[in-house]
Structures are given as C-alpha cells and as structure tokens.
Ligand binder design. Structure first.
Ligand code: IMP
Length: 423
C-alpha cells in the first residue's frame, strides 16, 4: 500500500485540508510533519465548518490515527483548545492522537516577538504564531521539546534557560520580561493534558507503513514557502516540501512512494513577497470575493492571480510529484477566457524555468485558455464537466508532466471528481 505525502504546490491555502479529509476516509493514519499553528485547514462536512491549525485533517474520521511529528512546532494552548473544540463538536480525538515527544513547543514570548516583527520595517507578514522564533530557538539548541516540558522534574533547567534568555532580550528593548514562575504556571495545566498523548512518532509512522496500512503524510503551507526552496526570505521556517516528511517524521525516503501536489486552478498568496501573476484592482478583487480568499488563520485578504505553470513545474520537481489535485475549479466559472502563465520574461529573456532568485523581476507570459460559461459546482463525474474544463486539466497535465487525479469543484467532501483512487 503506498504512503502518500500530500503537499501544497503553491504558496499554501491550496485546499490541502479538504483533500486530506477526503482521502482520510480510506486512510488508517494521518501524520503532520512540519509547521505549527500558522496552518489553517478548513474542513467542511455536512454544512459544518471546522478549521484546524495543528491537528491533521484526518481528525474528523473516527477510525483514523493522527500523529504530530518531531518537525512540528506546537503551541500547547492552541492544541489543547483545538482538542476541546473538537470534543465539544462530538469528535473524540485524544484516544487516537500521538504527539511526538521531540516536537518543539511555542511559548507566548515567541509569538509576541513574531507579531512585533510584523510591525517593523523588515516585516514578512507572518501569521504571528511564533513559528520563526520557535524554529530559531530549536536551531540554536535552546528550544524546549514537548517531552521535556512534560518532565520538568528532569528538564526544568532547560526551561529556565529558555525563559531567562527571552527575559534578557525583553529587558534589552524595555519590553515586559517573561518570568520563570509565570511560564511554569502557564505551562503546567497544558502539559497535564499533553502528557498522555506523548509518543514516538517515527516508530508509529514507520510501523504503519511497514504493515502496509494506508498512510497519509500531510504537509502544511506550500512549496513556495519552503525555507530552502521557496521565495526566501518571504517563506516560513520549516521544510514544507515532500522531503520534509522524512525529516519531520523520522522515516526514510524509501518509505515514500507517492506524492500528491495540490494546486488551485488559480494562485493566491498571503503575506509579502514576489508573486508574478498577481492581479491588482477589480480582477484580483473578483477572484478574492468569488473564491472567499481570506486567511483561515489570520483572516487577512489573500493576494490573487492566474495559474502559474512554471511555478507548478518547479513544485513538481522539488517535491517529486506523482499526482496532482486541482481545486477551486468552480471559482473560474463565467470567465470567457482564463489567462495562464506559461513562461516568464526575465531581464528581456524568455524562460520556462522558475527563476527562484529573480522572481521579483519575472514578467509572466500568458496564454489565454478557453473559459467555462456555466457553473461546475454540481459536477461529480468528469463527463459532467464542460469540455473547456477538461482541456484546462489536460493543459496542466501536459505542461507539468503529472496526472491530475482529483478535481475539486466546491468546499464539501462530495464536491470532488475522482479521476483515480489513491488507495
Ligand atoms: P509564518 O509561517 O507565520 O512565519 O509566516 C511566514 C510566511 O508564510 C507569511 O507570508 C505567511 O503568510 C505564510 N504562511 C504561513 N502559514 C501559511 C499557511 O498555512 N497558508 C498560507 N500562507 C502561510
């Protein structure tokens, strides 16, 4: 049975939540491998909307084991709130959730500095969830892991060292300093809730794959926000690409056989940074309103633009995509023609490659593909799609060299055309 990695092929918000929720119907284990509460996965089931930030999108399926991997950064308050919220809606999660003891914790002082930096001159427009500062502390070997936080009898010194460092930083800029006692008082009740969930995520995921179980490794954010392969410095602080599933979960690359990339039928981005096909003015506004393009985590309006095929080809390369899912096809209804970026001009020269370090100078070269003049929101079979939609999907497959296995025409699970079953 293949283990599927599911990644965003653009700048995040491609609809991974919906796709993972859909394939989780057949899955036995869904694991998240990176990022933290910066993610916002919107799941819509039977008219009920659930947004998860830390829990994997498989969480709404009672039989599915959920795992949070070592590569994640976990704000314990957000996780506990999310668990309680799920329980209040009738979804029992704790008995099937495993949290890696090796994941790092995000503290309020790390989130506060992240938000403060957004107001500064070098703002990246982050989600303000403390992601960058937590990963920075991890790389500096100063961070606290969930397992250590749950065993302060042995690791109290590590917590004190972290708090003292942040207190000194705060005092240096005249800000309110965190205290050892205050931090312990905040952390204590939260770790009481997390302690029973702790485990070895690497062992759990590797064993499930070896046993031939149906496993989904769920990415967060998108390829172009990857710390190494995205549009640095306008990126997040983790490896969002498929390879991040290996390091973030503690499994070998030979365990992964399939990688599903999710792309919208157009493009969006939140936060700052280059975006060649961005539409300003009424055209961008129209896509934003029709696609309800507002951030699930921050509520910020998303920047909108046309589909970018060189970027998608790049995503296919750096992730090793074996399949694509195209979402939000319903939003492009009633456009007589849909411009699609097939190449760029950079400093006067045409290129079909994604110019990672010259993206701010890349001018899109568009082809105008036939649009569809009617709603596709009710289509459930490929035959029900207008010819122009089928040609749109074929055009993507041809340009990217990867088959489109799923096409999504609405937020609900059922609003999906399955061209090839994943399991
Ligand atoms: P951070 O991950 O909060 O540090 O934010 C860094 C960049 O990634 C900013 O441009 C954010 O808007 C963007 N970002 C982080 N998480 C997401 C996500 O889940 N969807 C879309 N953009 C995201």
């Amino acid at each position: 049975m293949p283990a599927w990695v599911v990644v965003g092929a653009q700048w995040g918000d491609e609809g991974k939540g919906k796709v993972v929720d859909l394939i989780a119907e057949q899955a036995e284990l869904v694991a998240r491998y990176g990022g933290g509460a910066n993610a916002g996965h919107t799941l819509k089931v039977g008219g009920v909307k659930v947004v998860t930030h830390l829990l994997p999108s498989g969480v709404l399926h009672p039989g599915v084991r959920c795992v949070l991997g070592a590569g994640m950064v976990i704000d314990p308050k957000v996780l506990v709130d999310e668990l309680q919220d799920c329980e209040a809606r009738g979804f029992q999660v704790r008995d099937r959730l495993l949290v890696s003891a090796r994941a790092h914790l995000t503290f309020p002082f790390q989130s506060a500095i992240d938000r403060a930096a957004n107001a500064g001159p070098r703002s990246l427009g982050t989600t303000g969830r403390g992601i960058g500062p937590t990963y920075a502390d991890k790389a500096a070997r100063l961070g606290l892991r969930v397992g250590e936080a749950c065993d302060l009898g042995r690791h109290g010194d590590a917590l004190d060292a972290l708090v003292d460092t942040w207190a000194a930083r705060a005092r240096a800029v005249g800000a309110e300093a965190p205290s050892r006692e205050g931090t312990r008082a905040w952390l204590g009740p939260l770790t009481d809730e997390l302690r029973p969930l702790l485990g070895d995520a690497s062992l759990a995921v590797d064993t499930a794959i070896r046993e031939g179980r149906r496993v989904v490794l769920e990415g967060a954010q998108g390829t172009l926000l990857d710390l190494d392969h995205g549009t640095y410095p306008f990126v997040t602080s983790s490896n969002t690409v498929a390879g991040g599933a290996c390091t973030g979960l503690g499994i070998g690359p030979t365990r992964i056989t399939e990688v599903l990339g999710i792309t919208k039928a157009y493009c969006t981005r939140v936060g700052h940074g280059p975006f060649p096909t961005e539409l300003s003015g009424p055209e961008g506004e129209r896509l934003r309103e029709q696609g309800e393009e507002y951030g699930a985590t921050t509520g910020r309006p998303r920047r909108c633009g046309w589909l970018d095929l060189p970027a998608l080809r790049y995503a296919a390369r750096v992730n090793g995509l074996t399949a694509l899912a195209v979402t939000k096809l319903d939003i492009l209804a009633e456009y007589p023609e849909v411009p699609v970026c097939v190449a760029y001009t950079v400093d006067g020269a045409r290129t079909e490659e994604f110019p990672v370090d010259a993206l701010d100078r890349a001018e899109p070269v568009y082809e105008r593909w036939p649009g569809w003049d009617r709603s596709v929101a009710e289509a459930r079979l490929e035959d029900a799609l207008p010819v122009s939609v089928r040609r749109y999907l074929q055009g993507i497959e041809k340009a990217v060299g990867v088959p489109v296995v799923l096409a999504s025409v609405g937020a609900e699970r059922a609003a999906t055309i399955v061209r090839r079953a994943l399991f």
